[in-house]
Design a protein around this ligand. Structure first.
Ligand code: ADP
Length: 487
């Protein structure tokens, strides 16, 4: 099958969150299954062209915008660890700047940048003589490929039989913009109330993606239900229900060539289920690197960590209300890696200053630390308010690090509370979004850590889990076939 995948983020070139990991791992595994994948993303200013050996194809792409034509260059590189060729849209005006979206508010021209990207995708396919069976778009950034396909390219022989699949990674980001100018830039004419583009007077990219796609997927089965029937739909519940029979939850998969403690070059010591002493050694070194003295390291208390964007979604306020008491009582150690809202960053800095031998804080984005933290911790905290899929809990399982999660979205699909009476389960799960419930989960975790044989058992259960990207890719092939049946 010829699959054109377009994403605003792709690991390792440019990443803000799980979207980048999924775009990369899905492309790799689709290619391994024997399909032709054309992966397209913007060439952002801070992509390291030398390190990733990006080369200029020499093509200039003409992209229709409004009633005129704009141009971009086309670069390419190989997706590391695969044979997939990634194409990069080079435009000084739109993409040659630091950052992906422009945090925290977003660049003022994100509407125009992503209209341009979505339209360029088709023109690149033409130049490369690629006839896609399916175009697979992700989140609001490339959502407009769906209406472009059905409106502007439906009579083009190259795209005549092309199906559109649209994946929602997070309903919270609709991409709502000024309607008149943007409809014009897209060549769609007037916007009118109740149309497939309009939402509360604005042009809503995500709504257009939902309404025009042949199939709509989201990143876990539970989230697929939540967005249709609860406020997790962020106001688009009725649109999602109109398309209900085409909405499918496909659990994201993990790229185990990237996340595997047996082969992880970023860890000081590799380890496996038969050598869990290696995991203990990772913890010891992590503590030592953070200035903890040997005598204090011998004090065997669990270390709990979190790696996340510091936003309200990730349940950081629950941590704020809870973790300090446990640190004060010497019941656990805490470590975090993340960046985002300033008030959360300041809170973690305060914790690190107050508990210098028990709380270790990294503000910023750092891939190496994220791997080391995952290996060094006994528990990973994911107390999210909502979580479409969540990848960190899946990485944690592979590292024998027990996830403590709230029962929502993909966390509910992947983590089951350990039950000592049956020996089944791979984590600790709490239900209510409350500090009481979260604190209860931390207390259960501490007891589990100190109770053999259950502690060893839950680790083995976690290590035995398989959430590989291969399964995810196989499922997407089914989805692509269903989408093609509709064209
Ligand atoms: P989301 O997509 O909502 O951010 P996910 O759990 O699906 O959440 O994916 C987050 C990804 O981003 C994971 O690969 C995680 O390791 C990574 N990540 C998040 N924050 C950081 C950070 N500060 N440094 C390094 N990696 C990070």
């Amino acid at each position: 099958m010829n699959i054109l995948l377009c994403s605003a983020e792709v690991t390792p070139f440019a990443k803000a969150g799980g979207l980048a990991d999924m775009a990369a791992s899905l492309s790799k595994d689709l290619a391994k299954l024997g399909h032709n994948v054309l992966l397209i993303m913007p060439k952002y200013g801070n992509i390291d062209t030398k390190a990733f050996s990006l080369e200029n194809t020499g093509h200039t792409i003409a992209v229709p915008m409004g009633t005129w034509t704009e141009y971009c260059g086309l670069w390419r590189a190989t997706l590391p660890g695969s044979k997939v060729t990634v194409y990069f849209i080079q435009s000084a005006e739109y993409f040659d700047r630091e950052g992906i979206y422009g945090n925290p508010e977003g660049f003022h021209d994100n509407d125009r940048r992503y209209i341009f990207f979505s339209r360029a995708v088709f023109e690149i396919a033409k130049i490369l003589d690629f006839t896609p069976d399916v175009i697979h778009a992700h989140d609001y950034h490339t959502a407009l490929t769906m209406p472009f396909l059905k409106i502007h390219y439906k009579n083009d022989p190259r795209f005549f039989k092309t199906a559109g699949v649209y994946t929602i990674h997070n309903m919270a980001f609709h991409g709502m913009f000024e309607p008149r100018q943007n409809m014009f830039l897209c060549g769609f004419g007037e916007i009118y109330q109740g149309s497939w583009f309009e939402y509360q007077g604005a042009m809503n990219f995500m709504k257009a993606g939902i309404m025009f796609a042949d199939k709509i997927t989201t990143v876990s089965p539970t989230y697929a239900q939540e967005i249709r029937f609860t406020s997790a739909g962020e106001g688009l519940q009725s649109e999602l229900n109109q398309r209900g029979s085409d909405v499918i939850g496909v659990l994201n998969g993990v790229d185990y060539s990237e996340w595997n403690p047996e082969k992880d070059k970023l860890l000081p010591i590799a380890y496996s289920k038969n050598f869990l002493g290696g995991k203990k050694e990772n913890k010891r070194r992590y503590l030592a690197e953070h200035g903890v003295h040997e005598a204090e390291i011998m004090n065997d208390i669990p270390m709990m960590g979190i790696v996340a964007r510091l936003t309200d979604q990730k349940g950081i306020d629950l941590l704020e209300k809870t973790i300090e008491g446990f640190l004060q009582n010497g019941q656990l150690r805490f470590t975090m890696l993340g960046t985002g809202a300033k008030q959360y960053e300041s809170y973690f800095q305060y914790l690190a200053a107050k508990f210098s031998t028990r709380a270790f804080v990294h503000i910023g984005y750092n891939n190496t630390i994220s791997h080391r933290l995952m290996a060094a911790c006994d528990f990973l905290l994911v107390p999210s308010r909502f979580e479409p899929c969540g990848l960190t809990q899946l990485y944690a399982l592979k590292y024998g690090t027990i996830p403590i999660v709230r029962h929502t979205g993909g966390l509910a699909d992947t983590i089951k509370e350990y039950d000592p009476s049956t020996g089944k389960g791979n984590g600790i799960v709490f239900h209510q979004y409350s500090s009481e419930d979260f604190a209860g989960a931390l207390r259960r975790a501490i007891i589990l850590y100190n109770t053999e044989p259950h502690w060893s058992r839950v680790i083995q259960n976690a290590l035995a889990c398989d959430f590989s990207a291969k399964k995810c890719a196989e499922r997407y092939i089914e989805v692509y076939n269903w989408a093609k049946e509709k064209v």
